[in-house]
Design a protein around this ligand. Structure first.
Ligand code: UGY
Ligand code: MN
Length: 258
């Protein structure tokens, strides 16, 4: 009997791996991610990109929900959650507030809230999903549920360097223990320095492409890629290509780390 003919391998699949996981940073292109099916989700899955098993102090993944998919019942897990819609729509309820989010829409669900998610649309929904334990601040009331959208969040220009940012959950708000910011770069722009700080990052490339410095090495990243940066990882970003670039950035802030 003749040997079976193997299926054709698409160009670039072998010998061109961009995925990288180190002790304190990781680069994960979307095509290598696998879905986790969870007992309390129906017609939905999470493609986890980082979690405490990698060394992070938070969990981040991409939620994919088919039409009609979402949580099987309202949940109360004691964790805080952030969702940012990449495509499709998502109905989100947290305690007595609820809304339907479209692409660019986001939700913050505080720890202790009773919450649920559902794709009430007709297309696949894709969303960034961040989960972590809340660290309370002395003398400061914990945050309430928040909904918003990228379109209605002010754009702040730092200087005339071509960099801009949007603080989706505000900044210097001591009730919050993390920020979610969109960092934007006009063509050819970069940060003024190599940053090294205690804050951790989960980065999702929303648009464009660039070169990301992680420790001593440069990595080309583009739309859909995920990067985890642990505390004190030297980091810098250069916007490459012919247009601008933007990424969504998790940053743990406003708390002592001792
Ligand atoms: O705010 C920040 O820490 C941000 N500039 N870091 C980054 O984009 N890697
Ligand atoms: Mn940073």
């Amino acid at each position: 009997m003749p040997a079976p003919v193997p299926p054709p391998v698409p160009p670039g699949v072998i010998g061109h791996n961009r995925s990288l996981v180190t002790r304190n940073y990781a680069v994960l292109p979307p095509e290598g991610m696998f879905p986790s099916v969870l007992p309390w989700l129906t017609k939905a899955a999470v493609f986890y990109q980082t979690s405490p098993v990698m060394g992070a102090r938070f969990a981040q993944g991409r939620l994919e929900a088919e039409p009609g998919g979402g949580t099987t019942a309202p949940r109360q897990d004691g964790l805080e959650h952030f969702l940012y819609i990449l495509a499709g729509t998502l109905d989100v309820a947290a305690d007595s507030s609820s809304t339907t989010l479209e692409a660019g829409g986001f939700a913050y669900i505080p720890a202790g809230a009773t919450w649920s998610l559902r794709n009430g649309g007709t297309e696949l929904t894709r969303a960034v999903w961040i989960t972590r334990p809340y660290v309370p601040a002395e003398g400061v009331a914990p945050p309430e549920p928040r909904f918003g959208s990228r379109d209605t969040t002010p754009v702040t220009r730092v200087d005339d360097s071509g960099r801009w940012r949007q603080y989706l959950l505000g900044t210097l708000d001591m009730s919050m223990d993390f920020e979610m910011n969109i960092m934007g770069f006009d063509r050819g722009t970069h940060f003024h320095c190599v940053e090294t700080h205690i804050f951790e990052h989960g980065l999702v490339m929303l648009e464009g492409q660039g070169l990301q410095l992680l420790d001593r090495d440069w990595h080309e990243i583009w739309e859909g890629d995920f990067v985890w940066m642990g505390s004190f990882v030297p980091q810098q970003f250069y916007c490459t290509g012919w247009g601008g670039a933007a990424y969504l950035l998790y940053k743990d802030v406003n708390r002592e780390v001792v």
